[in-house]
Design a protein around this ligand. Structure first.
Ligand code: XIL
Length: 327
């Protein structure tokens, strides 16, 4: 029997349903993507090191291919990500073996953002402009990074300014993880609120939503959504996955999820979608950090070699029971 359900059609009036794709999964899961998702994000292919490996070298082959793929399938496309401490080529911070000064870095950042955002102007509806700059440490506000070390906090607003100049229609987001943790969410709120007060062109908050079957609590998720919504900005769930393992679970021997895991995940997904629906006025998109359990970055992270099963579609790309409860 052909399955005619569609996750994105179910929520068409509420928010987009997205998936992160890469140069392999876009083809290996093409049918599923087409049927269930209406927004796509490049998992790695638009990150700094991929697009801009050397000072005078931009490489757009794969990112262009993804943008074309999205157009062909009539899917909207998000951009991920412009300014981050990871997967960013070291050359941008260096000159003659030394760290560059702040103005040089600012100019290089501008060139990168102009070129990348400009290239996809009108084709990407939303950019994760700045990714993960808030610290996970209780008593520290910003994460330490080369961006921060060289430019101080000004790199954040500059990135938004440049992105807005390059595409004034694109929705510009601040994106982070542990976004539902009470201490971190207050810091994220404070950062975004400051930017807003300075009239920096920021239009939304990305909640990565790398969750698991126990954490965060539904109350904390709700509190985070309410807090970010109180800024009057759009919220996007940008990288959702629901790991089968608690943070301290380091087991590597499982070749399939246990019954209990499946049951917990099922319950959690139902609740998550209830919450998203309840706050749908504030939520523009719900993106999963992958498509189906046959491939997830969690297979290796944070425990190397461990298989995980975080999505609504199983390792055969078949819908899990909970999908039918959601649609
Ligand atoms: C991850 C990718 O999924 C992996 O393939 C890569 O090796 C590392 O990055 N937060 C983010 C994403 O903003 O870009 C990360 O993606 C996952 C955590």
């Amino acid at each position: 029997m052909t399955d005619t359900t569609s996750l994105y059609k179910k929520f068409e009036k509420d928010f987009k349903i997205g998936a992160a794709i890469n140069h392999r999964t876009m083809y290996s899961a093409e049918k599923l993507i087409d049927q269930h998702f209406n927004s796509l994000t490049a998992e790695n292919e638009m990150k700094f090191e991929n697009l801009h490996p050397a000072k005078d070298e931009y490489v757009f082959n794969t990112s262009d291919e993804m943008v074309k793929f999205a157009r062909k399938h009539n899917k909207a496309m998000r951009g991920h990500t412009l300014i981050w401490h990871n997967q960013t080529s070291d050359w941008i911070f260096q000159k003659n073996g030394k760290l560059v000064d702040s103005i040089t870095l600012q100019n290089r950042m501008k060139d990168h953002i102009d070129t990348v955002v400009g290239r996809y102007k009108g084709k990407i509806y939303s950019w994760d402009v700045v990714n993960e700059v808030i610290s996970d440490e209780k008593d520290t506000f910003y994460r330490n990074s080369k961006w921060y070390e060289i430019m101080g906090e000004s790199f954040i607003e500059k990135a938004f300014d440049y992105a807005h100049k390059a595409d004034s229609e694109a929705k510009l987001l601040y994106n982070d993880y542990n976004e539902s943790d009470p201490i971190k969410r207050d810091k994220i709120y404070q950062l975004v609120n400051q930017l807003k007060e300075k009239h920096v062109p920021i239009h939304g908050v990305g909640m990565q939503a790398h969750w698991n079957i126990y954490d965060p609590t539904l109350d904390n998720i709700r509190a985070a959504i309410e807090k970010y919504a109180s800024l009057g900005l759009e919220i996007q769930i940008t990288e959702m996955d629901v790991s089968m393992f608690a943070h301290d679970d380091k087991r590597t021997d499982l070749t399939a999820p246990t019954e209990k895991m499946v049951e917990f995940q099922h319950e959690r997904y139902l609740k998550f979608f209830e919450i998203f629906k309840e706050y749908s006025q504030h939520i523009g998109a719900v993106t999963f950090w992958g498509v189906a359990d046959d491939y997830t970055w969690l297979d290796n992270f944070p425990v190397r070699g461990r298989k995980n099963w975080p999505f609504l579609f199983d390792h055969n790309q078949e819908p899990k029971d909970v999908l039918h409860k959601i649609v």
